[in-house]
Design a protein around this ligand. Structure first.
Ligand code: HGY
Ligand code: MN
Ligand code: MN
Length: 420
């Protein structure tokens, strides 16, 4: 069955377009329509209700767990066997396109729709899922739903996480109607597969149809609180100032210099994505800066070295500037290798479909990195146009690129679903 089936690319693409209308906004900077479905906002709730409706229309039995992960189950011939799960996320960063995460969820749904079209049954049950707050940018830690479902993060700690307005995960889940009752941490799939856009330029530049994902690089997020002294911008002599904004800028520049130095490998990446100044006014020297540090490195050892060196640098700059710098770790995941047998299966399915493929390490974090702790897991990457730009409304993959990725996902899932 795996060799004959192919998905309905047009149906997949129109589902992506329809979901992309939820949380749509005109992005003045990018000059195109973007998507803002920040986790557990009303827009995320609307997107969830739409996708859950589609799950039910596809005959899936829907359950919602206590952290708001949504699972759609399709019976197998031997329904007692552990399922093959396919999934991703539908929450987004505030300046998103319509493919990040959504391709994996709607691609999995399209695989089910395709099986339904031909009334095909699989030995093992299939589960199609979307997980809560994969992006992590509202409540501060990424892959939240998957981390709780795979017991990396305790449920109560996740519930208590707050956004910058002091709203909690639990309260926001309840508000959008997705505070589920299913216990977390019990689901142990036979295997987990995820299709996702690459979010980078490699596959497109190498003209490869799909990526066989080797794993995910290490991720380290911290929040810095820099405390200086607010003062009059006109009357305060420069030598009297304790300018938290200046210290944040100096640390940001030093972070880039560290990253480009090569001391942490040539693939080290860093970003200070958020700098929030207080009082953030034209005529006040900022007395306080809260900023985020996002470090990425394929090597755990070099990541640890970079974290230690940056912490030392913060202390040194704080002393020089006469301010206090406090750092709080908000996310940390190691380099995660994916299962080699599942990678080989993905490559084999691509070959059978006449699709070129390339092994590639993921620069971005994904739900798959959490599920790889509980079952054999791998990912299929899809190339992106426009240098694979992502976390930007100009994110774009063609219908054929999406359909190719999902056909490989379907083929691999069908093989795994027949395994004893
Ligand atoms: O930050 C990431 O790598 C992912 O987009 N959550
Ligand atoms: Mn994603
Ligand atoms: Mn993302």
């Amino acid at each position: 069955m795996a060799k004959t089936l192919s998905i309905d690319g047009k149906r997949l693409y129109s589902s992506l377009a329809r979901l992309g209308k939820v949380g749509a906004y005109k992005d003045e900077t990018a000059g195109v329509i973007g998507v803002n479905r920040l986790a557990l906002t009303a827009a995320d709730g609307e997107g969830r209700r739409l996708v859950t409706k589609w799950f039910r229309e596809a005959g899936l039995r829907v359950t919602v767990d206590k952290i708001g992960n949504v699972y759609g189950r399709r019976r197998g011939r031997e329904d007692h066997l552990a399922p093959v799960m396919l999934g991703s996320h539908i929450d987004s960063v505030p300046t998103a396109g319509r493919f990040d995460g959504c391709l994996g969820v709607l691609g999995a749904l399209e695989a089910v729709r395709t099986l339904n079209d031909v009334k095909a049954a699989t030995r093992r049950p299939l589960v199609v899922a979307y997980f809560t707050d994969e992006e992590g940018c509202r409540f501060g830690t990424d892959m939240l739903g998957s981390a709780v479902a795979t017991r990396r993060l305790p449920l109560e700690r996740a519930y208590a996480l707050k956004d910058r307005d002091g709203l909690t995960v639990k309260g926001e889940l309840k508000k959008i109607g997705f505070l589920g009752h299913e216990p977390v941490g019990r689901l142990r799939p036979h295997a987990y597969l995820e299709c996702h856009i690459e979010q980078g330029p490699t596959l497109r530049h190498k003209r490869r149809d799909v990526g066989v994902v080797l794993g995910v690089q290490a991720i380290s997020w911290a929040e810095l609180t820099i405390t200086g002294k607010s003062a009059h911008a006109g009357t305060t002599p420069m030598s009297f100032r304790r300018d938290a904004g200046l210290t944040a800028s100096r640390l940001n520049a030093a972070l880039r210099e560290m990253t480009l130095s090569g001391r942490y490998g040539r693939d080290m990446r860093a970003a200070m994505g958020m700098i929030r100044l207080t009082p953030n006014m034209v005529n006040v020297v900022p007395g306080r800066a809260v900023c985020t540090v996002d470090l990425r490195n394929p090597s755990d050892a070099l990541m640890a070295k970079a974290e230690a060196d940056f912490a030392r640098l913060c202390r040194k700059v704080a002393d020089q500037d006469g301010l206090a710098v406090a750092s709080r770790r908000t996310a940390k995941t190691p380099h995660v290798p994916f299962d080699e047998s599942v990678q080989a299966l993905i490559a084999d399915r691509a070959d059978r479909l006449g699709l070129s493929h390339e092994p590639i390490l993921s620069g971005a974090g994904h739900d798959a990195q959490e599920w790889s702790r509980v079952c054999k897991t791998a990912m299929v990457f899809v190339p992106g146009e426009r240098d694979g730009i992502s976390h930007n409304p100009r994110e774009f993959s063609t219908l054929k690129q999406c359909a190719d990725g999902v056909n490989v996902l379907l083929g691999a899932a069908l093989v795994l679903a027949e395994e004893a």
